[in-house]
Design a binder for this molecule. Structure first.
Ligand SMILES: [Zn+2]
Length: 250
């Protein structure tokens, strides 16, 4: 569920986009792609993970502790076994906060406690795992939260559309939606071509993967199309953490 988009949200999102916080010049000598799943609906693994495997690709699953083992608004979310399975299959588990709140409305000290709680939650299931990638819940970013999360995680992903090339902002990577509500094959193909031309890094984001997805999820065919398009462009698909290492040496 989304809250109404207020003027303050608009201002925060605009300012965050305009103010780079963690700049790094890309060292990429080849274009890369990443596929990320926010909230970790179960189908992102059962359907999405199967499709990724078919392309020899590994993704990043942004997990929020509060979704573990629940069903909400008709979406079934991951459980502890799913989290173990994606980790064992070589996918990355990233953080999406524990409570999945509109973080610009939450005090910084509470956000730091929430980040710690999510890390402890994942460690409780996977053992000694560090969450090094972060996605903003609802893609909602303010200058304050952008700065805060850039200090907590090596790499943060937003939802503003674009390809990461040249000087990257690791506090808010540009991303390309695979969301059924406003998806076209042409837009995906244009973005992939843009990344290919610039030795850029294209980061897709979606939620559930189903023949009847939520408005912000995708169908299996949409995910296959994105993977087929990047494969045709000769672009490997890596989890955020590994793509970051290649892009920055970090
Ligand atoms: Zn989310």
């Amino acid at each position: 569920m989304e809250k109404p988009f207020t003027f303050r949200d608009r201002l925060n999102n605009w300012a965050s986009r305009k103010i780079p916080v963690k700049r790094a010049r890309s060292r990429l000598t080849r274009p890369l792609a990443s596929v990320t799943f926010d909230d970790f609906p179960k189908s992102a693994w059962t359907a999405g993970g199967t499709i990724l495997r078919g392309f020899g690709a590994r993704g990043t699953y942004f997990a929020s502790g509060r979704y573990c083992g629940i069903e909400e608004y008709g979406i079934e979310y991951y459980d502890a076994d799913d989290l173990r399975a994606v980790h064992a299959a070589g996918h990355e588990v990233g953080s999406h906060t524990f409570f999945h709140r509109y973080v610009p409305e939450v005090l910084s000290r509470d956000l730091v406690a929430d980040a710690r709680r999510n890390a402890e939650f994942v460690r409780g299931i996977l053992g000694d795992v560090t969450l090094s990638s972060f996605a903003f819940p609802f893609g909602d970013v303010s200058p304050r939260t952008k700065l805060l999360y850039s200090r907590l995680y090596p790499c943060c992903r937003g939802i503003r559309p674009g390809v990461n090339a040249g000087v990257l902002d690791l506090a808010q990577l540009w991303a390309v939606p695979l969301e059924v509500r406003h998806w076209t094959a042409e837009q995906v193909e244009e973005r992939v071509e843009e990344a290919r031309r610039q030795n850029g890094w294209i980061v897709f984001f979606t939620h559930d993967v189903s023949e009847t997805p939520a408005p912000y999820g995708c169908t299996p065919a949409m995910l296959e199309h994105a993977l087929h398009t990047v494969a045709s462009a000769g672009m490997p698909v890596l989890p955020i953490r590994e793509a970051l290492r290649e892009a920055t040496g970090a």
